[in-house]
Design a protein around this ligand. Structure first.
Ligand code: BV8
Ligand code: ZN
Length: 246
């Protein structure tokens, strides 16, 4: 993959780089995306599952869906895209802002990660809000109940729920402050996360998309690289570090 010299020189002059990521960055780790051909939304409808009413109406079904996804996440590993983002920390001040709940950026070793939509490996009681961050065994099936009688739910942000204030605020500040804002593996359809690229652009950041296809956000990006994140990012790092002088 060849990178335009204008792009490379602007990236080399950058200090602060944000990587805004979505499910596509974890696709090469074997975790299905939401809206792709093999996306999990094809089999299930988000309104049926990723919202509080669905959970209250059918807690066992929603709990089992998350147990199924936790199993996939548990056997997945960070891929070259996650690992290259960690390498970028040697050359830039890097902030990761992820919509993913799979914990792969942290497991890869990224130092600054904002998790906008929570973390599938964490749970809390809907009544007393006690946290249960240990994995629940697969048996007995069905939603676990807290000692206080409350249902235990995954610590993820469902549709219609507010994002964790500290995470969104931190992500917003990092976006406003960024010189380069990478948009990796996201359809950029889910708000308010999808506002962040616009916030970065307005603040003068260079927007760089990495996706296997064009998205909602493509025409607002300065550069788009259409290939897998696990291919583009390592090649970009190689291009950056093999001609340090120019
Ligand atoms: C809220 C966690 C306040 C749970 C998820 C405006 C403002 C505020 C809210 C809204 C608004 N407009 C609409 C809303 C409502 C809603 C929303 O955005 N709806 C959308 C669908 C229109 N937002 C909310 O409800 C948010 N809450 O704002 O509260 C409020 C309250 C009430 C009323 C108003 C406001 C909460 C949103 C969070 C929902 N939680 N998940 C769980 O995971 O189970 S959303 C889910 O979508 C995931 O978090 C996921 O990360 C996110 C985004 O999806 P993507 O990551 O982009 O994944 P996708 O499959 O779509 O795309 C993958 C991409 O990768 C593709 O482009 C593909 O081409 C690419 N790709 C594939 N392979 C590769 C690749 N790229 C590179 N390399 C590869 N190998
Ligand atoms: Zn409780």
């Amino acid at each position: 993959m060849n990178f335009e010299s204008g792009f490379l020189s602007r990236l080399k002059r950058a200090k602060k780089v944000v990587f805004f990521t979505g499910a596509g960055i974890s696709a090469e780790s074997g975790i299905p995306t939401f809206r792709g051909k093999e996306g999990i939304w094809n089999k299930f409808k988000p309104e049926e599952l990723a919202n509080f009413d669905a959970f209250i109406k059918n807690p066992d079904m929603v709990w089992e869906w998350y147990q199924y996804r936790r199993k996939i996440v548990g056997s997945a590993n960070p891929n070259k895209a996650h690992e290259t983002i960690v390498e970028f920390e040697k050359y830039f001040e890097v902030t990761v802002v992820t919509q993913n709940v799979d914990n792969l950026h942290r497991r890869a070793g990224s130092s600054h990660v904002y998790e906008l939509h929570g973390n599938i490996e964490k749970n809390y009681c809907v009544k007393c809000r006690t946290h249960f961050d240990i994995p629940f065994s697969e048996e007995p099936k069905g939603v676990p109940v807290c000692d206080c009688g409350g249902l235990i739910r995954p610590d993820v942000v469902w549709f219609g729920e507010l994002l964790p204030h500290d995470q969104y605020q931190g992500a917003e500040e990092a976006s406003e402050d960024s010189d380069v804002f990478f948009i990796i593996g996201t359809s950029a359809l889910v708000y308010p996360a999808a506002y962040l690229p616009e916030i970065a652009r307005r603040a003068g950041a260079m927007l760089v998309e990495v996706n296997i296809e064009a998205t909602e956000i493509s025409d607002r990006c300065d550069y788009s690289f259409y290939d897998k994140a696990g291919t583009v990012l390592p090649e970009l790092l190689k291009a950056l570090t093999s001609h340090p002088q120019n």
